[in-house]
Design a binder for this molecule. Structure first.
Ligand SMILES: [Mg+2]
Length: 251
């Protein structure tokens, strides 16, 4: 005789906590996505009339890449956006544009000052800390931010969509993040600021989801869905209390 199975899988003890990057590890900033490409075009040395056209084309190419991510779950890379408008990523002028683009972004890349304490508390309790980000940028770029902010040593594994075929909320990318930590997905907690990508996505593979509800997500980036977070964190410092409560570890 078969036994009746519980409707939901029995959760194993929490072993890892995986964090989103933009608006979670970094404080939320509303970015003018056209201005980033105007900075790029100026950095390339494009003359005024060509500058506006190039910036508009890059903006559209990036917007289409993210739209594809929301519809079919496919990832993209910065060089895909550049080649989509006919730029050679290896070209000297493109490199100058990229330098200006990176300068534009730098103020928005800093790790929230509360993150080190949260990660240290989780690690002190024996939990692993992971990062999973939807991003056009490569791992080296993200690790550079973490190294600059002296938190790289607190991360056990990191997965960036730019190095996979997928973006969140595709189940494959959450499974890859869990695997990179050597932990079953049902023993993972995911923390993020976007309900569709960061609550619905991880719950599909059996992770628990903590939602940080304070980012001003642009309406055209929102996807209609239903998801109820397992917990809501209004402050980053709440995360360690929530997770340690679930994991039965003392705080
Ligand atoms: Mg985010």
């Amino acid at each position: 005789m078969t036994e009746h199975l519980a409707k939901t899988p029995v959760r194993s003890d929490v072993q890892a906590v995986i964090f989103d990057w933009g608006g979670t590890i970094t404080p939320w900033h509303t970015i003018d996505l056209r201005a980033q490409w105007e900075a790029f075009a100026s950095g390339m040395g494009a003359i005024a009339c060509a500058r506006n056209g190039l910036a508009a084309a890059l903006y559209t190419a990036e917007e289409q890449a993210w739209r594809r991510g929301r519809t079919d779950g496919s990832s993209a890379r910065l060089e895909d956006v550049l080649t989509a408008v006919g730029l050679d990523p290896q070209d000297e002028a493109t490199a100058a544009g990229l330098a200006a683009y990176r300068e534009f972004w730098e103020p928005h890349t800093f790790t929230h000052p509360h993150i080190p304490e949260v990660w240290e508390r989780l690690r002190a309790a024996g939990l692993r800390v992971g990062v999973l980000s939807n991003t056009l940028w490569d791992a080296q770029t993200h690790r550079g931010f973490f190294a600059r902010d002296e938190v790289l040593h607190l991360i056990d594994a990191d997965v960036y969509s730019s190095h996979t075929p997928w973006v969140k909320p595709r189940p494959e990318i959450f499974a890859a993040a869990a695997q990179s930590l050597g932990v079953d997905p049902i023993a993972c907690v995911y923390v993020g600021d976007r309900s569709y990508e960061d609550v619905h996505g991880p719950q599909v593979v059996g992770m628990r989801a903590i939602w940080i509800p304070h980012s001003d997500i642009p309406e055209d980036q929102q996807v209609s869905h239903e998801a109820t977070p397992d917990a809501v964190a209004h402050e980053l410092s709440d995360i360690a209390d929530i997770v340690l409560g679930w994991s039965g570890r003392s705080t």
